[in-house]
Design a protein around this ligand. Sequence first.
Ligand SMILES: Cc1cc2nc3c(=O)[nH]c(=O)nc-3n(C[C@H](O)[C@H](O)[C@H](O)COP(=O)(O)OP(=O)(O)OC[C@H]3O[C@@H](n4cnc5c(N)ncnc54)[C@H](O)[C@@H]3O)c2cc1C
Length: 380
Amino acid sequence: MDRYDAVVVGGGPSGATCARILAEKGARVLIVERETLPRFKLCAGCLSARIDPLLPKGWKKLVLNSIRGGYLGFRGMSYREVSSNLPVAYIVDRSGFDHFLVKEAVASGSDLWEGTEFVRFEGEGPLKVHTTKGTVLADFLIGADGFYSKVAKQTGFGKTRFFRSVEFWTEGEVTDKVVIDIGLVKRGYAWIFPKGELVSVGIASVGKDNLRKIIETYVAGNPFLKVRGVAGVKGWMIPFTEHWGDLQLGRGRVMLVGDSASMVDPLLGEGIYYGVLGGKLLAESIIRNPSNALDLYTLKVRETIFPELLYAGKIARTAYRFQRTAHRVGEKALLRFLYLLSGVTSYGELYRKGLVGFLISALNFENFLHIIIDKILRRR
Ligand SMILES: Cc1cc2nc3c(=O)[nH]c(=O)nc-3n(C[C@H](O)[C@H](O)[C@H](O)COP(=O)(O)OP(=O)(O)OC[C@H]3O[C@@H](n4cnc5c(N)ncnc54)[C@H](O)[C@@H]3O)c2cc1C
């Protein structure tokens, strides 16, 4: 039976990054990916610019659009625009992007079993990892297998918080700006992101809204779209963390990363940056402290990723509760948000500065009325 230092289940951004860094440090790694690559992944493919130093060289050739600003709307109207001189985010096609990351992991020495499904594991040291292609031994098992992670389930974890989302592609008017609309669902937002020649249109919500219906109405009168109809809509889940207990990092030598760990921002559902950063932290923890890798990984995540998710959660709870006010202070907030995407500021700073602006704005009488009306409407 083949023996590996680590078996990584899932060839998405978190698994491929973790595998690449482990292999670069000389570990024997096997990636087990259910699909044949390149595979489709429902996603708007927006990468905040701060991801750049975490990715292997050459990734920028996959960029379809560079984002230099955005529009914040309220229910498809009253758009507020902000611009930046430098790109704050990049759009990629996920199938090509993920395939590139897996190829980099393979070039670094990882083995790849594609079209192969992880089935279950047993034992402790080494673990016996059963797949549809056979069984291997591994010192570490890494669950990077997304929202419905089998590795997480077998380790006793389930998702507690998540957005439901739908997305489709059509013809639109934006090429270097993103459009975000609030006020359509209780907690969540609709988006129009450029995607090469097309645009990605979608909506994410924590509630049980009829997203397909909402997106049809949204599309019907939207000034950023050329086509009014909705076709080829697909849906998927986006797990997120806003409290420490939401993060699921694993047990013993079985560790989780990316969506399978709920390592996603609770404000916007950004998961690629956190998954890639998580993959790096996990690989480094295994290399530096193989006898207690989970503790080191937990510490690193607690110091770096978690504060961001925590503050993003605080912003999300306030902004989605008072969506009209959030839209009114949106211009300034959006500008700061662009700095966040480019890595100049953090969610912690955004929260502190944004809160001051929000309170000043809320003291403005007109806004105060909006808050009261918002509250009354919510009670009905
Ligand atoms: C509609 C939508 C839009 C989004 N837009 C954005 C965005 O613009 N920017 C952003 O940052 N995030 C976005 N996200 C979130 C982002 O897609 C995820 O956070 C990200 O894909 C997580 O990466 P991952 O590597 O953890 O998991 P995934 O990318 O889901 O990869 C998991 C991999 O595991 C494989 N797998 C699953 N089960 C098994 C098994 N049993 N055996 C073997 N392999 C298995 C899957 O085939 C898959 O390749 C969006 C999500 C959705 C649904």
